[in-house]
Structures are given as structure tokens and as C-alpha cells.
Design a protein around this ligand. Structure first.
Ligand code: ZN
Ligand code: ZN
Length: 89
């Protein structure tokens, strides 16, 4: 007779370690709330929740040479609302 208790307790420890690594949204801090971040601003490096991120697109450039230097499909580019606003002014 063997028990399976060892396997399940080991999985609990793994979950706890993953939770300590979670970053919180920087823009939620002034409102005294902590929301787990889902992305990072490519410009300022702030961690962002779903409500505070701005997902735009950017053209992909290759090193200049012969032929076209840009790719047809745009890449994803995530910034915070502050950086997105600053880029548009
Ligand atoms: Zn937020
Ligand atoms: Zn930013």
C-alpha cells in the first residue's frame, strides 16, 4: 500500500514559489490598489495590468541593405498609457 500524499504536497510548494514572483501594476499604485501585472511597458519598463496597458503596433525594420527594409506584418508593442500619450504629442 503506497500513499500519494508526497506528490500533492510538492505541487503546493511550487505554486507558492510562483506567487512570490508576481509583479504588480505600477499605475494602480496611486489608487492604493495592487493588481497583478500582465505586461511591461517597452519604453519605461513599468509593470502594467490589463486596464493600464496600451497595446499598439510597430513596424519591423531590418538592417539597411538591398531591397525592402520593413516587414509586411507589424509587430506588437505594449506601452503604458503615460508613454503612449507622450509618443502622440
Ligand atoms: Zn493597473
Ligand atoms: Zn511607460
Amino acid at each position: 500500500m503506497t500513499s500519494r500524499h508526497d506528490v500533492s504536497s510538492r505541487r503546493l510548494v511550487t505554486n507558492r514559489q510562483e506567487r512570490t514572483k508576481t509583479m504588480n501594476c505600477y499605475d494602480c499604485l496611486p489608487g492604493a490598489t495592487t493588481t497583478p501585472a500582465v505586461a511591461v511597458c517597452t519604453r519605461c519598463g513599468a509593470a502594467l495590468c490589463r486596464d493600464h496597458l496600451y497595446a499598439g503596433t510597430t513596424e519591423v525594420h531590418d538592417t539597411p541593405g538591398l531591397g525592402r527594409a520593413t516587414h509586411e506584418v507589424a509587430a506588437r508593442r505594449i506601452t503604458c498609457r503615460v508613454c503612449a500619450g507622450a509618443e502622440r504629442t
